[in-house]
Design a protein around this ligand. Structure first.
Ligand SMILES: [Zn+2]
Ligand SMILES: [Zn+2]
Length: 173
């Protein structure tokens, strides 16, 4: 069994961390642990964009911490050439990150909806962890959690489950 440390960066609600942890335990058979909250390294903040560069944060985490890590950021993330990213992962590797910023219904000026927020965070967390720890690539099945999400509509459209093909790939690991 693989183990995974879930590390909150910024102001991350406990109910999100707990939900991610439970889903990853139940569906991927991971041994999970939730770390202490910390701040994101300011040097990777781009003040013009108001976002952090995801790749640099992954590098930073990789160098600073051992073991398998899922970073959960309350701050918005971007990658070169993209307006934003919901998350990023080493493929395969041991570190990955998601941002909650654009998963919160409040970001779209919608009423608070904890269940929807949790569901989205769980999907994106599982997506990135499957990239990193199991080397899964994007899947063409639009309901599979490994399908690529370009927009929040894509996140809501897919399920939190792996399709049968992706599941089989994981079982071989
Ligand atoms: Zn992906
Ligand atoms: Zn799939």
């Amino acid at each position: 069994m693989k183990s995974l440390r879930i590390m909150p960066f910024g102001d991350v609600p406990d109910y999100i961390l707990t939900a991610i942890s439970e889903e990853l335990r139940a569906s991927l058979n991971l041994i999970t642990e939730i770390g202490e909250p910390r701040g994101l390294p300011k040097e990777f903040y781009n003040p013009i964009r108001g976002q952090y560069l995801a790749e640099k944060i992954l590098d930073f985490i990789y160098q600073k911490f051992k073991g398998n890590i899922l970073a959960v950021s309350s701050e918005d993330l971007y990658a070169e050439g993209l307006n934003f990213v919901f998350g990023q992962a080493e493929l395969p590797g041991r570190v990955c990150i998601i941002s909650l910023h654009r998963l919160n219904p409040k970001f779209y000026r919608e009423p608070e909806n904890k269940l929807l927020f949790i569901e989205r965070a769980v999907k994106e967390a599982k997506h990135e962890v499957c990239h990193a720890l199991f080397g899964l690539r994007h899947c063409n099945d639009s309901s599979c959690v490994m399908s690529f999400s370009n927009t929040i509509f894509d996140v809501d459209r897919k399920s939190k489950e792996l399709c049968e093909r992706c599941k089989r790939k994981i079982l071989r690991k």
